[in-house]
Design a protein around this ligand. Structure first.
Ligand code: KIV
Ligand code: ZN
Length: 388
């Protein structure tokens, strides 16, 4: 039996805050419906105190979107918790996510308070949040750069105060997978009431480690991953939802964990987030990039035509991509050209492969990719020259 990892989507909060233009309420609602179809466990949809527009969007999503727990963000201060609690009131299931920084750097230079004062504020906020909902999450902002013993002190106090999810963000994407795993293990071994809460990870991608760090934390015992569709978010972004979901789906045998993401909805969600947020997806992005299921090498193309799993570890349909692509280039062999022509409706007698292949290679060397219309033109012109 593998253990379930909760997927906490923050596309509409941590993802949205990094966009050049803010989303309209209608855009947010459309995305919220799409994200809920992914079957995420929790959806963080805004920071209600930050603006009236954000408050209204959170309230509307809380009213109209059913399924996942709807969550709002609040600093560990009264006015934030109250705004968040009010905005979430219409939700069937709601969560208040409150946070305060715990690293010496943030305490000293940003907040100018001691760790004890931060704990006092956190405890007070959690108690207030509990008057709105029994589902309260607490985050130690910049946990990645907080000494482990300080983290233990904070985490013990906030669990005692009633927080049921404890999130340990690598806010600046600084730690490595072994360090992240060690932090989780340390908390599990040294916080006496740790089994009363679910541990959560929230990784940023400044060093390109957000996904690896999240998986390392899960291997150490964390059971919630915070992530965004296409990995959008502050600076280099957040942990990518589609990547962690497919890692757990494809490698659950090895990891001993799974998640409830409806993977066939991934591609549609990715396209919609990219379009509405005006954030293109890099072509070589894992799972959802244009090239994720495209094969260019002739050897790979031949292998895939013989048995798809020779060069594809997952079928494109698993993530909602209709089919793989075999790019026609100078590396493509006769087998793949013949396959494509058959798909286009041609039969062997319609062309002479030796002649066609020569024209194909000459054109591929000149322009790189040969398209269907090029193949059709080649057959047409080769026929005309045969008849003359
Ligand atoms: O990166 C971070 O620390 C955050 C918190 C507010 C959870 O986004
Ligand atoms: Zn973040």
């Amino acid at each position: 039996m593998s253990d379930k990892v909760w997927i906490f989507d923050t596309t509409l909060r941590d993802g949205e805050q990094a966009l050049k233009a803010s989303l309209t309420e209608d855009d947010k609602l459309r995305l919220a419906h799409t994200i809920s179809r992914l079957n995420v466990d929790v959806m963080e949809v805004g920071f209600p105190v930050s603006s009236p527009a954000d408050f209204n969007a959170v309230q509307r999503i809380a009213t109209e979107v059913k399924g996942p727990v709807i969550c709002g963000l609040a600093r560990a201060v009264t006015k934030d918790i109250e705004a968040c609690g009010e905005a979430l009131k219409p939700a069937e299931k709601s969560r208040i996510h409150t946070f305060i920084a715990t690293s010496p750097l943030h305490l000293e230079h940003k907040l100018k308070i001691t760790l004890d004062k931060a704990i006092e504020m956190a405890v007070k906020s959690i108690k207030l949040a509990l008057t709105y909902t029994q589902d309260v999450e607490f985050s130690c902002e910049d946990a990645g750069r907080t000494p482990h013993d300080d983290l233990c002190k904070v985490v013990e106090a906030v669990i005692d105060a009633g927080a049921t999810t404890i999130n340990l963000p690598d806010t600046v994407g600084y730690v490595t997978p072994d360090e992240y795993a060690a932090m989780i293990s340390y908390l599990m071994a040294n916080v006496p009431n740790i089994d009363k809460a679910r541990l959560s990870v929230h990784c940023h991608n400044d060093l390109g480690l957000a996904v690896a760090n999240s998986i390392a934390a899960v291997q150490a015992g964390a059971r919630q991953i915070e992530c965004t569709v296409n990995g959008i978010g502050e600076r280099a972004g957040n942990c990518s939802l589609e990547e962690v979901a497919m890692i757990m789906k494809m490698r659950s045998d090895h990891l001993g964990v799974n998640c409830d993401i409806q993977s066939e909805e991934i591609y549609h969600a990715s396209r919609q987030v990219s379009q509405i947020c005006n954030m293109p997806v890099q072509p070589n992005k894992a799972i959802v990039g244009e090239n994720a299921f495209a094969h260019s090498s002739g050897i790979h193309q031949d292998g895939v035509l013989k048995a798809q799993n020779t060069y594809e570890i997952m079928a494109p349909e698993t993530v909602g991509v209709p089919n793989n692509k075999l790019n026609m280039t100078s590396r493509s062999g006769r087998h793949v050209i013949q396959h494509r022509l058959t798909e286009l409706g041609y039969q062997n007698g319609d062309y002479d492969m030796d002649t066609l292949y020569q024209s194909f290679i000459a054109l591929a060397d000149k322009k790189g990719t040969v398209y269907d219309y090029d193949l059709e033109a080649m057959i047409y012109f080769n026929k005309i020259s045969d008849n003359n």
